[in-house]
Design a protein around this ligand. Sequence first.
Ligand code: GDP
Ligand code: MG
Length: 440
Amino acid sequence: LSNRLQGALRTLRGEARLTEKNIGEALREVRIALLEADVALSTTKTLIETIRTRALGQEVMATLNPSQAVVKIVHDTLVETMGAACDRLNLATRPPAVVLLAGLQGSGKTTSAGKLARLLRERERKKVALVSVDVYRPAAMDQLERLADEVGVVFYKGSPTESPEVIARRAVDLARREAMDVLIVDTAGRLHIDETMMNEVRALHAVTAPIETLFVVDSMTGQDAVHTAKAFDEALPLTGVILTKTDGDARGGAALSLRAVIGKPIKFLGTGEKTDGLEPFHPERLASRILGMGDVLTLIEEAERKVDRQSAERLAEKFKKGKGFDLEDFREQMLQMERMGGMAGVLDKLPGMNDLPAAARAQLQNHDTRRLVAIINSMTPQERRFPDTIRGSRKRRIAQGSGTGVPEVNRLLKQFAQAQRMMKQMGKGGLKRMLAGMKG
Ligand code: GDP
Ligand code: MG
């Protein structure tokens, strides 16, 4: 997919101006890319026309070649369609701020309730309570209770013999009395849309008066996600969307269609089964993913602004001389990446990232830069240059020195080996071009 798109864009090279003719082929490929990423047909059509209008006749900026200019227009259009800003939860109300989660069974409501509780407690220091009104499956209540326990928030227990509204009303009262900042209400879903479910969730909305009513939807359901979203949007005044299971194979086209069709912001992405798998939504990252190509352009722009040129040049020099990539370079790279908005942000933009297995990508993205840097700081210069010499007793010493553990040291060494392989692969093509871009 990305190869095809890149191929089409390559044909644009050398043209000074974008014309109907020379962008036609590129747009055909963009269209296929969008459809393959599960973007709805009607949304795709609208997008292509917007992109065509914007691209036509545009003078190509001196610093960009025409293919880059098209990538930039496509990318910017996708980002704008998905909502340019990262929309946060609105909790500005007299506490408790009620967050109501609605969606089909299996979409990830209960899991997201736990994740959201954790995020609000840990990052925003909120006092959070959870309540489940799923009276149809006692296991669903137990599932949420376990999650509440795991993430360290309060759980209000209801009984399957009570009505959902009774449980919800009591939870709101309790949350008020106990001075909770946020109450998250996890509702029951059905496998398909039906009137009973819609009536119930409407009644719950009336009883709890939520400030946020979030539609939870599985990104893997592709086109169906849009139909379901429409039905829920008609039944409830939705304030936003949580798009779950984006760690799977789905390319994320659902996000684009959702935003275009119901016009509500996507607020979070579910990125895993565990309680830390919830991320604020970043349209740029998803746009890159939908296009299936690294956003080299943005990377270069950011790099120009933030990266310390000298160290970039040193690194480039080192590659030219054919010297190996060692832990010293790895540390330098991590610090640069942190300045540029973290590993995840940078890795998403590198070409080829979409081709890495999901597991490898997740591993690369899930580490805490500062801890890794601390580990490398605890090594001797010799060890940094020759990581192979780091064995048992050295590992223990390094772990102790950095306040970590041997498994973490092992993990770092594994990540370094991966990065080294990646650098080797990119050494000839991508990285050098990238660094050349920084210097220019
Ligand atoms: P509910 O019926 O809407 O409450 O859905 P659940 O929260 O019980 O989730 C259904 C299944 O999806 C469970 O197996 C979850 O572990 C899984 N799940 C939910 N969110 C995610 C996610 O973001 N990533 C992955 N990989 N699995 C998820
Ligand atoms: Mg559930």
